[in-house]
Write a protein that binds this ligand. Structure first.
Ligand SMILES: CCCCCCCCCCCCCC(=O)SCCNC(=O)CCNC(=O)[C@H](O)C(C)(C)COP(=O)(O)OP(=O)(O)OC[C@H]1O[C@@H](n2cnc3c(N)ncnc32)[C@H](O)[C@@H]1OP(=O)(O)O
Ligand SMILES: CCCCCCCC/C=C\CCCCCCCC(=O)OC[C@@H](O)COP(=O)(O)O
Length: 216
């Protein structure tokens, strides 16, 4: 994964991109953890590699395994593949991941929206990441990337302003939580990340209701 990281990180120069990162110290939870982040496009791979901690594997849709050499590289990079279309199968894989996290002391990076989403907001979160964290009794570390939609021209495949803000938020403890707490944990994470997403993306609602941008 270190090799992949170096290779993929060079893409940002191709795209004229700069990452403004805050909160990296929040990865230092001293134990395995489940990292959850918003997912806008394949370009998230650059954002992922920009801050990916050592000893962290990603959860990906099974289809990606069959994408030729990229699939092979992902497999070799330790990516874990799940079948999104079969909850029972995905649950089994994730239950194994909970055990492996603890025995191999690895972090797991999951995109709880479960799909790419460039609509300038967050999709409702799937619960697998939060079941995993509670099963393994490890913290959830939310990571938020600012919206591409405000400065990425899909048609020209170009970033206009070229800056992506990334924030690693405070870890959310799951010790003592049970599967009954999954919905509350999911919602708590969702609202914190959504609020951060809007703040980083440059639109905050002033108390008097007007919105201002602070990208300048
Ligand atoms: C050049 C080479 C470059 C290489 C790059 C390298 C990096 C590559 C990186 C690649 C990045 C690629 C990135 C990508 O590919 S992103 C796409 C793939 N990733 C995901 O889909 C992850 C997010 N999805 C989930 O976590 C889903 O929850 C799963 C898939 C697990 C189930 O999906 P489903 O649609 O079913 O969702 P649901 O959450 O509504 O669950 C339904 C019900 O099941 C319950 N439930 C759920 N889970 C568990 C559980 N574990 N134990 C017990 N129960 C569980 C849950 O409580 C709910 O019940 P209720 O509470 O409503 O009653
Ligand atoms: C290929 C060059 C153009 C992009 C340059 C950015 C850096 C890309 C680096 C390596 C490219 C290969 C990475 C393969 C992983 C693809 C991750 C991804 O975004 O898959 C989609 C998946 O999450 C959700 O699928 P859907 O949104 O449900 O369907």
């Amino acid at each position: 994964m270190r090799i992949i990281k170096t290779a993929v990180k060079t893409f940002k120069y191709l795209y004229g991109l700069r990452f403004e990162v805050k909160g990296l110290e929040n990865f230092k939870v001293g134990s395995p953890c489940v990292i959850v982040s918003n997912h806008q496009s394949i370009l998230d791979m650059m954002g992922l590699m920009e801050i990916l901690p050592d000893g962290c594997v990603q959860i990906a849709k099974k289809e990606l395994l069959y994408t030729g050499s990229v699939g092979l590289v992902m497999y070799l990079g330790g990516v874990i593949f799940i079948n999104r279309k079969s909850t029972s199968n995905a649950k089994m894989v994730m239950a194994d991941v909970a055990k492996t996290m603890l025995s191999e002391n690895v972090m797991v990076w999951i995109y709880p929206e479960g799909t790419r989403n460039g609509n300038g907001d967050l999709l409702p979160f799937k619960k697998g990441a939060f079941h995993l964290a509670i099963q393994a009794q490890v913290p959830v570390v939310p990571v938020v990337y600012s919206s591409f939609s405000s400065f990425y021209d899909r048609k020209k495949n170009l970033f206009t302003s070229g800056k992506i803000r990334v924030e690693v938020l405070e870890p959310i403890e799951t010790k003592g939580l049970t599967p009954e707490d999954v919905t509350e944990l999911t919602n708590r994470c969702y609202s914190t990340m959504r609020e951060t997403f809007f703040r980083l993306s440059g639109l905050v609602n002033e108390p008097n209701g007007s919105a201002r941008t602070h990208l300048q």
